[in-house]
Design a protein around this ligand. Structure first.
Ligand SMILES: NC(=O)c1ccc[n+]([C@@H]2O[C@H](COP(=O)([O-])OP(=O)(O)OC[C@H]3O[C@@H](n4cnc5c(N)ncnc54)[C@H](OP(=O)(O)O)[C@@H]3O)[C@@H](O)[C@H]2O)c1
Length: 253
C-alpha cells in the first residue's frame, strides 16, 4: 500500500512526504520537477527503509488523473492514502490573464483532485479503508478579486471534500479538507506576488495539524483561530461588497 502525494517537490507536499515516511508509509511522489523528487526519494527511502516511487507528470494537463493512475497500475501499486496537494495561483485580473493559465488552474486545482479521488475510491471501498486529504484554502470561503479562479477553485475543493466525506464516512474512508491561510512556501513566488505583507503561517504546522485532524471526525478544518473567525463569523455576516473590497486589497498586497 502506498501514499500518493501530488506536488511533493516543494512546500506542503515535501513536508507531507516526510511525515508519512516517518510513519513508515511507502510513497508515490508526483510533480514536474523530478530532480527534486528523486533527491527526496533517496533521502526518505534510505532514512526510513520505505519504498518511494517517483512519477514526473504535469498534472495540469487534460487527462492527467487517468494517465497517473495508469502509470501507478503499471507499476503494480495500490493507493491507500491520497494527498491531493498540487496547486497554484495567479494574482492578476481575469482580463490581464492568459486564458490557458486560468484553465490550467481549474485543471490542476479541481479536475485532477476530483479525478484522482474518483479513481482511488473503488479500491478503497473494496478494502473498507482509505484516506483522502484535499488541500483547499481559506480562499474557499470568499471570492477574491485578482485571484478569482484560484478562490473559486478552492471553493470547489472544499465543497467536494465535505460532500465526499458524507458519502464515504460509513465505508471506512476518511476524507478531510485542510484550509490553510497564507504560508511560507514557493506558492507566492510562483504566483508572481509582489509586496505582499500578509502574516504567514508555517507549512509544517499545517501538515502536523492535518495529520492530527485525521484522528477526529470533522470533514474540514481552517488553520488558525483568526482565519476561523474571519471565515466562519465575519465573512458570512459582512456585506458582500465589503468582503470583495477587503479580499481585493489583501490579494494586491
Ligand atoms: N502557500 C500558501 O499560502 C497556501 C495557502 C492556502 C492553500 N495552499 C495550497 O497548498 C497546496 C500546496 O502549495 P504550496 O504552498 O506547498 O506551494 P508550492 O511550494 O508552490 O508547491 C506546489 C507544488 O505543486 C506542484 N505543481 C504545481 N504545478 C504542477 C503541475 N502542473 N503538475 C504537477 N505538479 C504541480 C509543484 O511541483 P512542480 O513545480 O515540480 O511540478 C509543487 O510541488 C496548493 O494546493 C495550494 O493551493 C497554499
Amino acid at each position: 500500500m502506498h501514499t500518493l502525494i501530488t506536488g511533493a517537490s516543494s512546500g506542503l507536499g515535501t513536508i507531507f512526504a516526510d511525515r508519512f515516511a516517518r510513519r513508515g508509509h511507502d510513497l508515490i511522489l508526483v510533480a514536474r520537477r523530478t530532480d527534486r523528487l528523486e533527491a527526496l526519494a533517496t533521502r526518505l527511502s534510505s532514512g526510513y527503509g520505505i519504498d518511494v516511487q517517483v512519477i514526473g507528470q504535469d498534472l495540469a494537463r487534460e487527462g492527467a488523473p487517468e494517465a497517473l493512475m495508469t502509470e501507478i497500475e503499471r507499476r503494480g501499486l495500490e493507493v491507500d492514502v491520497l494527498v491531493n496537494n498540487a496547486g497554484f495561483a495567479t494574482i492578476r485580473p481575469v482580463k490581464d490573464s492568459t486564458p490557458g493559465t486560468l484553465e490550467k488552474q481549474v485543471q490542476l486545482n479541481c479536475v485532477t483532485p476530483v479525478g484522482l479521488a474518483a479513481r482511488v475510491l473503488p479500491a478503497m471501498r473494496e478494502r473498507g479503508r482509505g484516506t483522502i486529504i484535499n488541500i483547499a484554502s481559506t480562499g474557499a470561503y470568499q471570492p477574491i478579486p485578482d485571484m478569482a479562479v484560484y478562490a473559486a477553485s478552492k471553493s470547489l475543493v472544499l465543497s467536494f471534500s465535505e460532500a465526499l466525506w458524507y458519502e464515504e464516512k460509513k465505508h471506512g474512508i476518511r476524507v478531510l479538507a485542510a484550509c490553510p491561510g497564507p504560508m511560507n512556501t514557493e506558492f507566492f513566488d510562483n504566483a508572481e506576488a509582489t509586496g505582499l505583507a500578509l502574516p504567514m503561517q508555517s507549512p509544517d504546522h499545517l501538515v502536523d495539524t492535518t495529520l492530527k485532524k485525521l484522528d477526529g471526525s470533522a470533514p474540514s478544518f481552517i488553520d488558525g483561530f483568526a482565519n476561523t473567525v474571519l471565515a466562519k463569523v465575519i465573512i458570512p455576516r459582512a456585506p458582500k461588497k465589503l468582503v470583495l473590497k477587503v479580499a481585493h486589497r489583501i490579494a494586491l498586497g
